[in-house]
Design a protein around this ligand. Structure first.
Ligand SMILES: [Zn+2]
Length: 280
């Protein structure tokens, strides 16, 4: 089996994880799976892979998913609701089977891609915890932090789910709900990684978009890969990551442009960051 490290990006959505995921995936020796916790839905519905082909017909996934049923990779019932306090997740038989099936999937992805770094952009803290409980030495965690006001803004606007259909949309979330989730998830992610000695790198999305070269170089250094200027150009047609932001299906190529986040010094941002125990 190839020796690889799983780079997990989290802990919440609307934080720019697809951008970071796609940028890193331009490097050598890296394979991005995208938001692979949704793989069962992608298999059942034959949704689009980033390569623009349905997952059942693309050049990568059919070989990897051979002999695996969507049911084996489906998220155990009720687990999403325990998201904010990952430590309360139960370890019943169904959950144990889920963890074993997903590590098997990741092993297969590493084998098929030959990559030394496999990116999981699933974000959810419950998944990080389950995967890390089983194989703590295999994971590095990137805690991607976007200004809470920008996340609140982004989460309240329904977004098209182009990989699903031309009319499917995401469910909007209220500002207060998003802010609470931002604080609790970031706080829990930091505590979980630090208490369990999972290597954790805190990355500012704002800094990533304003100084992409500097920020990506630092991330690559930490992961243990070489920085490649090709990462500044986000090319998608050759990638096989699933789910994530819709832009990866609408443009063959784009560049990282500075985020228009303006609330970084607002009282809400400062308070949320302090409550989550993150440094600015
Ligand atoms: Zn594909």
């Amino acid at each position: 089996m190839v020796d690889y490290t799983l780079v997990y990006i989290g802990p919440i959505g609307f934080s720019g994880s697809t951008l970071l995921d796609v940028a890193l995936a331009q490097g050598d020796d890296v394979f991005s799976m995208g938001e692979v916790f949704q793989i069962a839905e992608w298999m059942r519905e034959n949704h689009l892979c980033t390569c623009r082909k349905p997952i059942g017909e693309c050049a990568f996934w059919p070989g990897v998913l051979k002999d695996i049923t969507p049911n084996a990779l489906a998220t155990p019932a009720g687990i999403g609701r325990e998201d904010l306090r990952a430590r309360t997740i139960s370890t019943d038989e169904e959950t144990s089977r889920y963890v074993a099936a997903h590590w098997d999937l990741i092993d297969r992805v590493a084998e098929a891609s030959g990559a030394r770094l496999i990116i999981d952009g699933s974000k959810h803290l419950w998944r990080l915890k389950l995967l890390a409980d089983a194989r703590p030495d295999k994971i590095k965690f990137i805690q991607l932090c976007r200004d809470p006001l920008a996340v609140m803004q982004s989460a309240k606007i329904p977004k098209a789910r182009l990989a699903v259909s031309s009319t499917a949309m995401t469910k909007p979330s209220s500002g207060l709900r998003t802010l609470t989730k931002w604080i609790l998830s970031h706080r829990a992610a930091r505590q979980f990684a630090d208490q369990n000695r999972i290597p954790r790198l805190s990355v500012s999305y704002d800094r990533l978009t304003h100084e992409p070269e500097k920020s990506l170089s630092a991330i690559c250094d930490w992961i243990g890969m070489s920085y490649d200027p090709a990462m500044l150009t986000l090319k998608t047609p050759d990638l096989h990551n699933i789910a994530g932001s819709r832009w990866r299906l609408t443009k063959d190529q784009s560049t990282i442009s500075p985020a228009s986040d303006t609330g970084r010094n607002s009282l809400i941002s400062k308070t949320a960051t302090a409550l989550a125990g993150l440094s600015r």
